[in-house]
Design a protein around this ligand. Structure first.
Ligand code: HEC
Ligand code: HEC
Ligand code: HEC
Length: 442
């Protein structure tokens, strides 16, 4: 009797347990719990490209959002006549099919630079340009490589003459009349405040008014190129698809976007790896400056990074407060309130956007690391900086965790669809050169 009674109870409990488990599994399947806490979801949303705010106007460049300036700037960006020997354009180093960089440890123009070419997508969001932030706007930045003896290697009067000879109609419609650059006694073929002594002497022999007219044309050349660069944005990645699916609670789409290892890597990226201290926001950079103990390259001149970059930006003849800027002093808060502090700023560099990063080795400001794995080993070990103090601390991540972090970084690559801004000038993405911007931009 007793044992039958017990058996019945056992049976009942088993049946109940089976029913409960089935209901539980069904519920979990129909209403899956998010793998992320609400705080983490907020963090992830902030990293997605959909969170990128519209680009604010640049008060120092009143042509920054003029499509005619962008069309002119696009042509100038690809024009090798803007170099000492007709061989170098911006696009020589900033290759459009390679995320506007060149895959080299050091940029190659008419000579070799001391740093790595930076990718350009989203650079317009950065208040400071270059690895050391020695320029405070895209237009002022563009003027640097043009006069660098190892990049374009030419001079201001030469470039003003290229505008006069090849772009006069478009230029004058936007910026007003150019001086009579056909007059080579007033405007020598090669004159500018550059390293070359002959070009410098020719520049100093010009009248102040003529120098000023050339400076104005030079600044406007930068403003047109900047208007083009403002259109260069990253394209969405699998990571963005993942966040979009997460916000819709669409588990199937989340699983289609990222593998379990990539999700584990993402968890490290926003957690133990502390990567988002510096690589945050939808461009995965805070556009600030940090010393991360990246080794110096033997043979290159000492590079103090931000410690030399900020004083250069403050002294730059084309900065936000200069007379070539269209801004009011009140618009130049970044420049006015930046404080030089050589001790803290030694070997601080700007974190690049990590969008597309897996597709563009080598890494760091002078291509110090050949692979992503080398970069992650560096973060894991956090060696002392060659000068100044590294902000990094050892992470103690396992081999497997490093592999997961690396897998996650691959998910930040663009999915191949051209950003809308490219399509404005290249209606057929497969035949970009066929799209003349004069025809495609109204
Ligand atoms: C010889 C190769 C080379 C050429 C030519 C060149 N660049 Fe660069 N570019 C670089 C290198 C190298 C850096 C980083 C230099 C540094 O930090 O000192 C850079 C940095 C930049 C940046 C900064 C991006 C950021 O996020 O801070 C912009 C913008 C840029 N270049 C635009 C241009 C434009 C516009 C031209 C043409 C007028 C041009 N570059 C010509 C190699 C080149
Ligand atoms: C303290 C700020 C900081 C932290 C934290 C940080 N980074 Fe960086 N990251 C930088 C800076 C600055 C650079 C550029 C340094 C240089 O070139 O000297 C950089 C460069 C990189 C690069 C190379 C990008 C390129 O195009 O060359 C990768 C990849 C990268 N970081 C990934 C990560 C990952 C992954 C983490 C977390 C484990 C992380 N970073 C944490 C500041 C930081
Ligand atoms: C304002 C107009 C404009 C925009 C925006 C623009 N381009 Fe271009 N693009 C040009 C012009 C002009 C050329 C040069 C065509 C020529 O004369 O060879 C060009 C050339 C190219 C080339 C061919 C380069 C070569 O060496 O032959 C590629 C690839 C390209 N662009 C990709 C892009 C991508 C990717 C984007 C978006 C991130 C983009 N472009 C945005 C106007 C533009």
């Amino acid at each position: 009797m007793r044992s039958i009674f017990l058996t019945q109870w056992r049976l009942l409990i088993t049946v109940l347990a089976v029913v409960l488990l089935t209901v539980g599994a069904l519920t979990a399947w129909l209403w899956p719990r998010s793998p992320w806490t609400p705080e983490e979801v907020t963090t992830l949303r902030g990293l997605a490209l959909a969170s990128l705010p519209p680009l604010a106007p640049d008060p120092s460049n009143r042509y920054g959002d003029d499509p005619r300036a962008a069309a002119l700037g696009a042509r100038l960006f690809f024009d090798t006549r803007l170099s000492v020997d007709g061989t170098v354009a911006c696009a020589t180093c900033h290759v459009p099919t390679r995320q506007f960089q060149d895959d080299l440890p050091l940029g190659q123009g008419v000579g070799t630079t001391d740093r790595r070419t930076m990718p350009l997508a989203g650079a317009a969001y950065s208040p400071w340009l270059f690895w050391d932030g020695r320029k405070d706007s895209l237009w002022a930045q563009a003027l640097g490589p043009l006069e660098s003896p190892v990049e374009h290697g030419g001079t201001r009067t030469q470039y003003a003459r290229v505008l006069w000879e090849h772009y006069r109609t478009e230029y004058e419609a936007l910026f007003g009349p150019l001086p009579d650059l056909a007059d080579t006694t007033r405007f020598p073929p090669a004159a500018g405040p550059v390293a070359d002594p002959a070009a410098r002497a020719a520049w100093e022999a010009m009248t102040p008014d003529d120098r000023e007219a050339v400076n104005l044309a030079f600044a406007n050349l930068g403003k047109a190129i900047a208007a083009f660069e403002r259109q260069l944005l990253p394209s969405p990645s699998r990571f963005d698809s993942y966040v979009e699916a997460l916000l819709l609670n669409d588990v199937a789409a989340m699983q289609a976007a990222l593998s379990p290892d990539e999700v584990a890597g993402l968890r490290i990226f926003i957690g133990r790896g502390q990567c988002i201290t510096c690589h945050n926001g939808p461009l995965l950079t805070n556009n600030d400056f940090h010393n991360t103990g990246v080794p110096a390259v033997p043979g290159l001149p000492e590079d103090l990074g931000r410690a030399t970059g900020l004083p250069l930006a403050q002294a730059d003849a084309f900065n936000c407060l200069s007379r070539y800027s269209d801004a009011q002093p009140a618009d130049c808060a970044e420049l006015r309130f930046a404080k030089a502090d050589p001790h803290v700023q030694t070997r601080q560099f700007k974190p690049p956007s990590l969008r597309g990063v897996a597709e563009r080795p080598p890494y760091m400001h002078a291509g110090q690391f050949a692979t992503l794995r080398d970069v992650l080993e560096h973060y894991n070990q956090a060696p002392a900086a060659p000068a100044g103090d590294s902000e990094l601390r050892p992470l103690e991540l396992s081999e497997r965790e490093l592999a997961q972090l690396e897998a996650f970084l691959h998910s930040l690559s663009g999915l191949g669809q051209a950003p809308a801004a490219c399509l404005g000038c290249h209606p057929e993405p497969d035949a970009p050169a066929a799209a003349a911007p004069e025809r495609s931009i109204p």
